[in-house]
Design a protein around this ligand. Structure first.
Ligand code: NDP
Length: 823
């Protein structure tokens, strides 16, 4: 090609980055061992696996293939290190993390080259996006290590954390996992993806360089069936953090159910990219390139569903085709390349299979005229039009450079189409009308919403999913809660169930003794004179029979079963009867909860007012509620009054929090702001503890509804009458029907139905360990978020254990809305 031809075509010349430094480093180190206790050790099996360069299909390095014995050794190292690392001053941890960040920068080019060689992603991306973000993550979290003591005073590290990461952003995912874990004082065993271990091994070398204490981070390479599963099932691992496919996430949920391991899952997505007719179409085109062709589309939050307003669809598709024709695919180390290689032949085959299926299902496929390199694993950028929303390619995560497009007419239709997915990871909205964009953003069921931009990430802004995209956040202050637990938990021993009230240090002395020293069946102390009895005279009328019902959709309803269950006092006398709830009652309650979804979008002022009003109306009936507690539990009257008063105070607390748990504005390094908004999770099922029939109920229902959730509640099984009396309070407090639904009956039978229910978004269960396990197992169906106590008792009358931030975090999920500004 001569100069004139180049001038006419404006064709790029090659701009190759040298592979030599990466290849030399590999040669010097291969075969790679496991990194345990800051030592390089040979795998127990003596086996190695091959890492392949996807751009050539040729082997790069031999990597140790560990087995469960190696995982045991790594976990033991992490456990030993935890003893000191967890007690190391935050400032000292911050210094180590600062050193890691600095050393990432010192080795940034080598890391970028290694990542491109190993994963096939373009060097432009590894050099300008992955590695800088890795460094930023360690800087940012060094700050949180420094601030932990003052900013999270009631929390402590979880312990040994098992972390399993995918191949699409190997070093970045490592950073997202390791940085918050170390900042909060945990120790780590990390399993990289089988295809992409190299940068994790270079990272291990950096840890040696900076002198991180042995055992704080251990890196165990190998197969999922050997290393991943052993880590997930290991009894001495306290938390699993996983990023990968929804199917594997689901199996990890099942495997950890009931084990008490904390769990965060960042799973798949099928994210909408919504374009309104007033959007700047040239920006949109570049946005689409970054949304779906970035990293070959192997991005969990890729904007893989293009939703375009009908009147501009033709124009936008035409512009996209022109742009696609100019995308450059090829050697990932060429700086002028836009699209690199697909990570593996298996992934390439899967993309091809789904594309073929799209064509078979009647969608129209378009690819640029140019051909892909024949060596290595490449797939061209692909655009589907004429796609119907129910087809496979519109629903399934393809995880390749494949965009499916659909049209809509109105903003409401756009929101409906966007939310028509089992996932909820991210979305982007394009419009020059900021009012429209900010109106649509909160309506999208997604953890991140980007306005007029795609795929932005920063350590300051949490990332994570709604629905089957998983739960938990990575980044931001919200991400830290995944790596801590309340301090009080480690000081209270676990018991098999919560039927017994734990030692209560906050009640007045007189009442405390009566709570704990009373014999079963004893109903009142001498000093506890019941109100209403004058000089011992009581009228001799038989009492009027009462029929507590269930409370569904704002109405008192009889149980579908037609059966009632007796409620006994501790002496075994029947004190009342409640309905025996069944599957149908639960179904109706869940439906009513969904119908009340307007509660979430009402003003926080309105919600706060209603909570105050509930408290006011409960206070007006304090004596009656106290008597009901005495009757069911045999506790003293003064103790019961304390429980009602604590319930009123708790309602006040959440009324107060309703308009104050507001989220924050993050300031990532861009011209713009990120609004981190806590949003309700949705329909939340709550199985209440047995102890504290009123306070246990209020302590869980109040934060959930304060944050905008609607609830289906199973009250205390042995003492449900406090909850059934309570619906009369709700009825007089302006609470819209369906916000609180109460179904009485067998706790575990009803909990199972709720945990299995696909239309329930979260389930809380406070009961025996066995029941907790069943709930966690069943929740994997729709990956609903769970909060269980593993049979661990909680002193509901202690404000440290019974109310506060923990409850608010459990009631919300954070949506990060990115709003860049400037012309
Ligand atoms: P996986 O979910 O299988 O793998 C992710 C990580 O989990 C890897 O480290 C893997 O190990 C490990 N792993 C796999 N199975 C288990 C298990 N049973 N127990 C513990 N760890 C396990 O993703 P794939 O790599 O197989 O990709 C398949 C599909 O998943 C993609 O096509 C894409 O749709 C989706 N995906 C989504 C990602 C996301 O970020 N949301 C990331 C990657 C994939 P190993 O590498 O040894 O198999």
């Amino acid at each position: 090609m001569n100069v004139m031809e180049i001038f006419k075509s404006m064709e790029y010349g090659p701009a190759p980055e040298a592979a030599a430094p990466g290849l030399t480093w590999i040669q010097e180190h291969a075969p790679f061992g496991l990194f345990i206790n800051n030592q390089w050790v040979k795998p127990d099996s003596g086996q190695y696996m091959e890492s392949i360069n996807p751009a050539t299909g040729r082997p790069l390095a031999q990597i140790a293939s560990a087995n469960s014995a190696d995982v045991d050794a790594a976990v033991a190292a992490a456990r030993a290190a935890f003893e000191t690392w967890s007690r190391t001053l935050g400032h000292v941890r911050a210094r180590y993390m600062y050193a890691i960040a600095r050393h990432i920068q010192k080795h940034s080019r080598l890391l970028a080259v290694l990542e491109s060689l190993d994963n096939g992603k373009p060097i432009r991306e590894t050099r300008d996006i992955d590695i800088p973000l890795v460094a930023r993550h360690f800087y940012y979290h060094a700050g949180w290590a420094q601030l932990m003591a003052s900013e999270l005073p009631g929390y402590e590290p979880v312990g040994v954390v098992g972390q399993i990461i995918p191949w699409n952003f190997p070093l970045l995912m490592l950073a997202w996992k390791i940085a918050p874990a170390l900042a909060m004082g945990n120790t780590v065993v990390l399993k990289p993806a089988r295809y992409t271990s190299l940068t994790a091994l270079k990272f291990a070398e950096i840890l040696q360089e900076i002198g991180l204490p042995p055992g704080v981070v251990n890196i165990v390479t190998g197969e999922a069936s050997q290393v991943g599963e052993a880590l997930v099932r290991h009894p001495d691992v306290n938390k699993i953090a996983f990023t990968g496919s929804t199917d594997v996430g689901r199996s990890i949920r099942r495997a950890t159910a009931g084990s008490g391991k904390k769990l965060s899952l960042e799973l798949g997505g099928k994210s909408p990219f919504i374009v309104f007719d007033d959007a700047d179409l040239d920006s949109v085109v570049e946005g689409v390139v970054d949304a779906i062709w970035f990293n070959q589309g192997q991005v969990c939050c890729a904007g893989s569903r293009l939703l375009v307003q009908e009147n501009i669809a033709g124009r936008l598709i035409e512009k996209l085709r022109v742009r696609m024709e100019h995308l450059r695919i090829g050697d990932p180390l060429d700086k002028a390349v836009d699209i690199g290689a697909i990570v593996s032949p298996g992934q390439l085959k899967e993309i091809q299979r789904l594309v073929n299926q799209g064509v078979e299902e009647g969608a129209v496929m378009w690819q640029p005229s140019w051909a892909c390199p024949t060596e290595g694993y490449f797939f061209p950028p692909t655009l589907f039009t004429n796609v119907s929303p129910a087809t496979t390619i519109a629903q399934v995560e393809i995880f390749g450079p494949v965009l499916v497009s659909m049209t809509f007419r109105t903003p409401n239709e756009a929101v409906e189409l966007a939310n028509n997915t089992r996932y909820g990871l991210a979305a982007s909205v394009w419009s020059e009308n900021i009012n429209l964009a900010l109106d649509v953003a909160p309506k999208l069921k997604a953890g991140s919403v980007w306005i007029n931009c795609p795929n932005l990430f920063d350590a300051s802004s949490g990332f994570g999913g709604y629905r089957e995209s998983g739960f938990g956040r990575e980044g931001g202050k919200e991400g830290l809660y995944e790596y801590v637990r309340p301090k009080w938990e480690s000081s209270t021993p676990a018991t098999a169930d919560d039927f017994h009230i734990v030692q209560d240090s906050t009640l007045p002395d007189s009442s405390r003794s009566s709570v704990h020293e009373k014999e079963v069946g004893e109903t009142s102390h001498e000093e506890d004179v019941e109100p209403g009895s004058t000089n011992g005279f009581r009228p001799v009328f038989p009492s009027i029979d009462r029929t507590p019902k269930m409370f569904i959709g704002g109405k008192q309803v009889r149980p579908d079963s037609g059966y009632s269950r007796d409620v006994y006092d501790p002496g075994g006398h029947v004190v009342g009867q409640v309905g025996e709830g069944n599957r149908k009652d639960i179904r109706n309650a869940v439906e009513a909860s969904h119908a009340a979804s307007g509660w979430a979008v009402g003003t926080t002022h309105n919600r706060a007012q209603i909570l105050f009003y509930i408290a006011e109306n409960l206070a007006a009936r304090e004596e009656e509620f106290a008597r009901c507690i005495v009757q069911q539990t045999g506790r003293s009257y003064s103790d019961a009054v304390s429980e009602v008063e604590a319930s009123i105070s708790r309602l006040f607390s959440y009324a107060a929090w309703t308009d104050k748990f507001e989220g924050v504005v993050h300031r990532p390094p861009l011209r713009g702001a990120v609004l981190a908004m806590p949003e309700p999770i949705g329909v939340t099922a709550i199985a209440c503890p047995e102890a504290y029939p009123l306070l246990g109920f209020i302590s869980l229902v109040a934060p959930a509804i304060a944050m905008g959730n609607t609830v289906v509640v199973i009250p205390s099984q042995t003492s449900p009458l406090s909850a059934t009396d309570f619906y009369q309070v709700l009825e007089t407090s302006d609470l819209p029907g369906g916000v609180v639904n109460i179904v009485t009956g067998d706790r575990d039978t009803l909990s199972q139905v709720l945990a299995d229910h696909d239309d329930v978004d979260a389930m809380w269960y406070f009961g025996p360990a066995e029941g907790c396990k069943r709930v966690e197992l069943a929740s994997s169906g729709n990956m609903k978020r769970t909060w269980v106590n593993y049979g661990h008792p909680r002193n509901w009358s202690d404000p440290v254990q019974g109310e506060g931030e923990e409850f608010l975090h459990e009631s919300t999920q954070v949506k990060n809305i990115w709003i860049p500004y400037g012309e």
